[in-house]
Design a protein around this ligand. Structure first.
Ligand code: KIV
Ligand code: NA
Length: 268
């Protein structure tokens, strides 16, 4: 058994080489991605990607724990981080600890991720001081969709840039081991990366970050409801799946599947 990468090791990668990370939600995908990734994130994006929800707001702690357990069964060496879903940590630092502890105890994962800047800094400090490694997440925060109203890139205006700058510093100072920077313009992502001591992991935040993350189903060309500018398809799995289903349907209809080689016979 190879040893699993720890959050401390992810933090120490800053300035050495880019951190490679992807989302994973299930055992078989975790098994395939694990050899190539430093970190696997069980993201609450699973609500949209796997369950067809309109946003991540409806994702529950139980869903995150079930998928976290699945990913832990498939991943052997990557650091596995599970998202705290909307409503499981914003109420108080005590609520955040209680639910983060459930995730750690019930999945065996390495840490949790939560969205938020200055307003979450006290919570991040509370968790990290009590044994919960925290992956921060600033810039575009999908759980705020109902108040911020939209998935657009941020940091063009001075006001927006100042807020994101302060958020990055607050979460780094609070003890997070790394920080997702989402949907943020390149100059700001670069400035933040250079000014904080922990690694930035970008998604739609340029190559200036200390690492990158993408939603696996996006980069595999499997989830094509929309394709933001920052997504690159490293494969086109959707047509492969469609063609397989079409071929199966044709063979069942023609009674050419199952063939003799798929059929159990009784020896005479
Ligand atoms: O839920 C998710 O997949 C995420 C990443 C895209 C950072 O939070
Ligand atoms: Na997320």
């Amino acid at each position: 058994q190879t040893k699993r990468t720890t959050p401390a090791q992810i933090e120490a990668m800053k300035g050495t080489r880019p951190i490679v990370s992807l989302t994973a939600y299930t055992t078989p995908i975790a098994r395939l991605l694990d050899p190539h990734c430093d970190l696997l994130l069980v993201g609450d994006s699973l609500g949209m990607v796997l369950y067809g929800m309109e946003s991540t707001v409806g994702v529950t702690l139980e869903m995150m724990i079930a998928h976290g357990q699945g990913v832990m069964r498939g991943a052997k060496k990557a650091c596995v981080i599970v998202d705290l879903p909307f409503g499981s940590y914003q109420e108080s630092k005590e609520q955040a600890f209680r639910n983060a502890a459930r995730i750690l105890k019930e999945t065996g994962c390495n840490g949790v991720k939560l969205e938020g800047g200055e307003e979450m800094a006290e919570t991040v400090a509370f968790l990290t001081q009590r044994g919960v490694p925290v992956f921060g997440h600033i810039g575009l925060m999908p759980q705020l969709i109902n108040t911020t109203g939209g998935y657009r890139s941020l940091g063009r205006s001075d006001k927006e840039a100042d807020k994101i700058r302060r958020d990055a510093k607050a979460i780094a100072d609070a003890g997070a081991f790394a920080l997702v920077v989402e949907g943020t313009v390149e100059p700001l992502a670069r400035e933040i990366t250079q000014s904080i001591a922990i690694p930035t992991v970008g998604i739609g935040a340029s190559a200036a970050c200390d690492g990158q993350i993408l939603v696996s189903d996006d980069m595999l060309g499997l989830f094509n409801d929309f394709k933001p500018r920052f997504v690159k398809h490293f494969a086109e799995l959707a047509p492969t799946v469609s063609k397989a289903a079409e071929a199966y349907a044709a063979e069942v209809t023609a009674r050419t599947f199952p063939g003799p080689e798929h059929t159990f016979q009784v020896k005479k």
